[in-house]
Structure formats: structure tokens, C-alpha cells
Design a protein around this ligand. Structure first.
Ligand SMILES: NC(=O)c1ccc[n+]([C@@H]2O[C@H](COP(=O)([O-])OP(=O)(O)OC[C@H]3O[C@@H](n4cnc5c(N)ncnc54)[C@H](OP(=O)(O)O)[C@@H]3O)[C@@H](O)[C@H]2O)c1
Length: 275
């Protein structure tokens, strides 16, 4: 079998939203080759459409897909991870690498289900990966080494930035950067509505809001300056911005966002064990 540009045969078990985004990006960047990449879904009726869209082998047999892969992405919902790990466990060897993107599921639970010192990386990407502006945090299980971490990072680097963290921080990451895009879309939607309220056409208003959010984020990333300092630079004494900031403070935007991340992170702790 021919290998991909990265030299690895890859199986994505559970090619839904996140699995599909990763597959699409890695195939587009030619890090994976269609001939050595395969995926699974639960519903047989989804198989053909996905195979046609991605031009890879797609099926519903996790064991068959995993058996011929060097790297196995587990991209099913947290509650299904153990079931999938049980299904493939007997055929997985320590020469393969498991990368789970499931929220909440500890590496120890996957290792315990697979048995046999299998290297496991736990990753938490986010949906902006679809436009290669994703943020992925990764940690390693007890049988994975730095080479496995580097390999996983090299794959996720294709869809954005990566950071390696201790596993104890993964639920916090889930609450911040994995759930975060949804919070930002609400802020964006609200800013766009505000533009409409002050008389802007909706399309222009949405453009102004989105480019402003992206620009502000880019300044933080590129300068490394504290956001408070950057905010002060926009806020002219007795100008317009300070009046807007007073409204934000009165509406408790800060504390609301903090509580949103805290709640999402708390939920991430229990998701794998929920029914
Ligand atoms: N969405 C996000 O923003 C995000 C971000 C970071 C991490 N994640 C993680 O990514 C995982 C998937 O989330 P998602 O949003 O991509 O969900 P999703 O769109 O529902 O995808 C789940 C996929 O798993 C498939 N599936 C279900 N049971 C299966 C089985 N037994 N064997 C093989 N495939 C099976 C489903 O097949 P069908 O299509 O046939 O139903 C579907 O394609 C979750 O663990 C989540 O925590 C998601």
C-alpha cells in the first residue's frame, strides 16, 4: 500500500463534524493521501456520501479500519469512546498510535480498555480548524513518548496552532478553546445586530464585527501584550469607547464570560461518564 506524504496510514473512527474537518484539512494539505486514509461512521447510509466527498475508503467497521492504520483518530462522542476502544482493542499493537479528540475522556480510560501499553494522545481541537485557524491542546498518556507528541503536533499544526499541556488541564481547555468559538459567535452576532441597530446594512455590519474580532485577536497573538493594555490604547479619555465599556461592565460581560467557561469546563469533567 502506498503511504502518504507524512508516511503514515491513518484511520479516523467517527468522521462526523470534527473527524471530517481534520480529514478534509489533512487531505487538502496532502499530509494524508486518499489511498492510505480511511474513516468510519455509525450509519451505513452516510458511508457513500462521505466516501464521494473525501475520496477515501469509508465504512462502518472500526476494527477493519484500525487494523491497517499506523495512526488511529478516535473522533466519536465521548460516551462512545470506550465502546469503540473495546471493539478495536484486540488488534491494536504498541507500534500504532491512538489520538483521541473526545472531550472528557481520560487517556487512562482508553489505555485500560485497549490493554497492552498502547500509546495514546489526547487532543482537544476546535472547529476553526476548518479554515486552518484552529487551536489544539494535546497531552500524552502513560505509554506515549515525545516522538508521539511531536507526530500528533505535526498533524494538528496543519489546521492551526498547537500547545502541549498536562492532562489535568484538558477539561479547562475544552471549556475555553473548544467551546469558545460558540461564545465568540454569540458575541459576533450581537455586534452585528448592534451595527444594524445603529443603521448599518447587515452584511457590512457582520464584516466589521468579524474582522474586528479577528484583528483584535491577531494583535494579542502577535504582540503578546496584555489585553487590558491594548484596550487602554483604544480608550481615549472622555471618548466614545469608555461609554461603551461602561455599558459592558454594567451588563456584566466579563463575569458572564468567565462563568460560561467555568460551566463548560465543569461539564467536560462529567461528559464521558454521562448517559
Ligand atoms: N464539535 C466540536 O467543536 C469538537 C471540538 C473538539 C472535540 N470534539 C470532540 O469530537 C468528538 C466528535 O464530536 P463531533 O462534534 O464531531 O460529533 P459528530 O458530528 O456527532 O460526530 C460523531 C461521529 O461518530 C460517528 N459514530 C458514532 N458511533 C460510532 C461508532 N460506534 N463507530 C464509528 N463511528 C461512530 C457518527 O456517525 P454518523 O455520522 O453515522 O452518526 C459521527 O460521524 C467528540 O468526542 C467531541 O468531544 C468536538
Amino acid at each position: 500500500m502506498a503511504t502518504s506524504r507524512s508516511g503514515h496510514r491513518v484511520a479516523v473512527l467517527g468522521a462526523g463534524k470534527m473527524g471530517g474537518i481534520l480529514l478534509q484539512a489533512l487531505l487538502k494539505e496532502r499530509l494524508l493521501s486518499p489511498a492510505t486514509t480511511c474513516a468510519t461512521v455509525a450509519h451505513p447510509e452516510r458511508v457513500q456520501a462521505l466516501a464521494d466527498r473525501l475520496k477515501i475508503g469509508v465504512g462502518t467497521d472500526n476494527l477493519a479500519a484500525a487494523r491497517k492504520a499506523d495512526i488511529i483518530f478516535i473522533c466519536v462522542k465521548p460516551q462512545v469512546v470506550v465502546e469503540v476502544a473495546r471493539e478495536i482493542g484486540a488488534q491494536i499493537t504498541p507500534r500504532q498510535l491512538i489520538i483521541s479528540v473526545a472531550a472528557s475522556v481520560p487517556t487512562g480510560l482508553i489505555e485500560g480498555t485497549l490493554k497492552g501499553n498502547i500509546p495514546v494522545i489526547r487532543a482537544m481541537p476546535n472547529t476553526p480548524s476548518i479554515v486552518e485557524s484552529g487551536m489544539t491542546a494535546l497531552c500524552k498518556g502513560k505509554f506515549a513518548d515525545d516522538t508521539h507528541v511531536q507526530l500528533a503536533c505535526s498533524l494538528f499544526n496543519v489546521v492551526g496552532r498547537t500547545v502541549v499541556v498536562d492532562e489535568k488541564h484538558m477539561d479547562a481547555v475544552t471549556g475555553l478553546s473548544a467551546s469558545g468559538p460558540a461564545f465568540i459567535y454569540i458575541i459576533l452576532e450581537s455586534l452585528a445586530e448592534a451595527g444594524v441597530k445603529v443603521g448599518l446594512p447587515r452584511d457590512i455590519s457582520t464584516l466589521l464585527a468579524a474582522q474586528t474580532v479577528m484583528g483584535a485577536a491577531k494583535v494579542v497573538l502577535e504582540t503578546g501584550d496584555h489585553p487590558a493594555l491594548l484596550k487602554d490604547a483604544v480608550t481615549t479619555p472622555a471618548g466614545c469607547t469608555i461609554d461603551g465599556i461602561l455599558e459592558l461592565e454594567e451588563g456584566k460581560l466579563r463575569v458572564t464570560l468567565i462563568k460560561a467557561v467555568v460551566k463548560a469546563a465543569q461539564r467536560a469533567k462529567e461528559l464521558a461518564f454521562a448517559t
